[in-house]
Design a binder for this molecule. Sequence first.
Ligand code: PEP
Ligand code: MG
Length: 899
Amino acid sequence: MAKYVYDFSEGNRDMKDLLGGKGANLAEMTNMGLPVPHGFTISTAACLTYLAEGGHPQGLMDELETHVQTLETSMGKRLGDPSDPLLVSVRSGAKFSMPGMMDTVLNLGLNEEALKGLAERSGGDLRFANDAYRRFIQMFGKIVMDVPGDAFEEALDHAKEAKGGGASDTDLDADDLRGVIGRFLEIYEEHTGSPFPTDPREQMRLAVEAVFKSWNGKRAIDYRRQNKISDDLGTAVNVQSMVFGNRGEDSGTGVAFTRDPSTGEKVPYGDYLANAQGEDVVAGIRNTLPLADLERIDPASYAGLRQVMDTLEGHYADMCDIEFTIEQGRLWILQTRVGKRTAFGEWVMAYDMLQEGLIDADTALVRVDANRLEELFKRRVDAEGATAIATGLNASPGAATGKVVFTADEAQAQGQGGERVILVRRETTPDDYHGMIASQGILTSAGGTNSHAAVVARGEGIPAVCGADAIKLNPAAKTFAAGGTTVREGDVITIDGFTGNVYVGELPLRESLLEKARQGDAPAREETLWKAFAALMDHADVRRALRVRANADTPDQSTNARERGAEGIGLCRTEHMFLGEERVLSVRQMIFAETAAEEQAAYDVLLPLQRDDFVGIFTAMSGLPVTVRLLDPPLHEFLPDQVELAVEVALGKERGEDMSEQERVLQKVNELHEMNPMLGLRGVRLGIVKPGLYAMQVRAIVEAAVRVKKDGGDPRVEIMIPLVATAPELQQMRAELEPVAREILEREGVELDHLEWGTMIELPRAAVTAREIARGADFFSFGTNDLTQTAFGFSRDDIGKFVGLYEERKLVPANPFVTVDRPGVGRLMQIAVDEGRAANPDLHLGICGEHGGDPASVVFCAELGLDYVSCSPFRVETARLAAGQAAVGAAETASRKQG
Ligand code: PEP
Ligand code: MG
């Protein structure tokens, strides 16, 4: 019979698949001998079977009962016992931490009978017992039975108002709470249609079922989609005996990080809330104290906690985040996991831990997330002279400016429309997730650095200021007031997630520290972040086999790319060299030419201009390979718009003007018009139809190389023919173009050390006939933009209309224009690599589609054994890092997704 339930003592941290992240770590800590309240975990397998069969798996209930009894024995208490009841928490816990899922139900096991026992056992503290019961009804109702949380909140507010203005939860006495309980039980029944369940085993069955179901709740699905977490994992359920942080001033609860998750510094960090239960910290209901204050409040517990923090960090060799509760001076550890951290913090920590000898260089390398590296080059706000209207906690770094919105739906609507918005809320809940990720920044008036808003913002890399309690929100009027200023919906504000400051208006944003350091700023280079960046990038460079080139079309871009570590140009698109007023006229002249002489005259104008461009690029990239692609786009892109021109001609004629020149142009435009220009006269087909065009380009390239060489440079030239579908296309082009190059080299008496001819693989036919094509090529470069377009039959320019839906419904694993679609496009690439290399063992292989800068695709390219990836200059570091990580065998960095 399948085993579905595991006592904490039966598991370990490597069992995340089965026990979820939380369960596996509770087991690990139990076995380490840390003070963890007893409990057990119902496995993800039970959840998956439940979801598949629509009911509890056979034997689960019996197994659960056995474990409940074991727990009762070990705690010396029984569920529902009127003299000394066992109370438990029930929490979901998937392999990866998922704020979108069912959270926690505390105090399960309470009913009117057990309530008496609880009061008795807590020294007659009826207030405490009543408070525990009202919390349980509230959580159970809201989380397990979907009773609207507001209904309970309103009833609680009502009770507080009855106590007089400004009363808080703690001002309610036992009798007040008795009233609240009565009202809560009514609310429960009103919304669910049945009375509150009094049997603790029934409560547990319902709670377990709710956890299982929450795996397929909308919030959880949204979260998984955004974070690329598989739907097939299921969640575990942790049942743990309760300890109470709300037993008076010698009790409390908090969250501790072994290092500062924002800055990465090696200092203990976290929040503490005296006389409270765990959900009070996360919900931001009361403002928390910094963890360091615990040293003053309860030195013994603080010392104990610090010891646990050190033990855990040493054991996990990573920064841990720890939930703890102190019950009447006794410390309990309720959860730990490898903590989430900012993009900034993860570099600093990885580097520091490497220096401390806690981890080795390969481990440090995979601790940083290549997907978030670019973020570090982000700007900060320049607030010189500006006065903050409020200051909150610096919950997630980065500066953001945008229009104020007050609801997640509004944020989503405007954000998707391309508007920059700042979502302003009292606090956020998982229901706000969709709006948060559509915002530039998040501002809340309540909550601590571990409130939902802060945790989500840090995880998503969105700047956030939380707990700015000077802000007075008026959601009905869609305004907030702070520092004597009223800000309305649509007004622009700037938030600084580094300092916690909030400003009215749009403030200038300035360069990131890393960007400054990269540009050579001496003080910036003294910062740990830069040292971490330099050290880990060096290590990535040492480890990686994959070279990294850039897609660059100008000398400036080439220089920028080289400074970022590019080892050549993998794609120089020449079409941009045909734009600009002077050039476009000559291009048009070439297109309109009716005689060979007219066409040649156009080339004569274009040739020197192109040659100068190439001189600049070869000089900037001296010593490194430069792949120049001959003209690729359809010619009509260089002509005026067909419709606009037709209108102009018609109107001019109506006015009796001479429109003969415009008519001539219109006629050409009409002639060149194509139904599907992306599949039309472009790429190598242009070279075949207009032989003089590619010859002119080759002449410009080779003459430029000769000039650079004569000036002492080292041009390394690769000429690339685009959109080839058949081997003869490439063969014929080479037969026409190679003599052009040879003739120049002979005339000039110059030898080039590196002159190669190759093609792009961007059509399925080219991929599957790579064997023949490779016989006539020195190199292949995968044009995965077009290859994705043609493999799927998805227009790359129109995908925006449906790709979101496709991702949502998991019709594609990810946007295939961002991450290489391994089974389809990737398979075509694999065929081309295998066949190409079989036919030509010296074939060089690279990729120059946008995927060349996407970490997951870089890993795939490393697996394929490509020689290089080529990407935008700003992603060169990202690609270098991802290539280094691929080499040490980590497909994706672990830190973000460890549960
Ligand atoms: C490609 O198709 O991947 C490519 C690099 O070419 P372009 O994007 O210019 O079509
Ligand atoms: Mg292309």
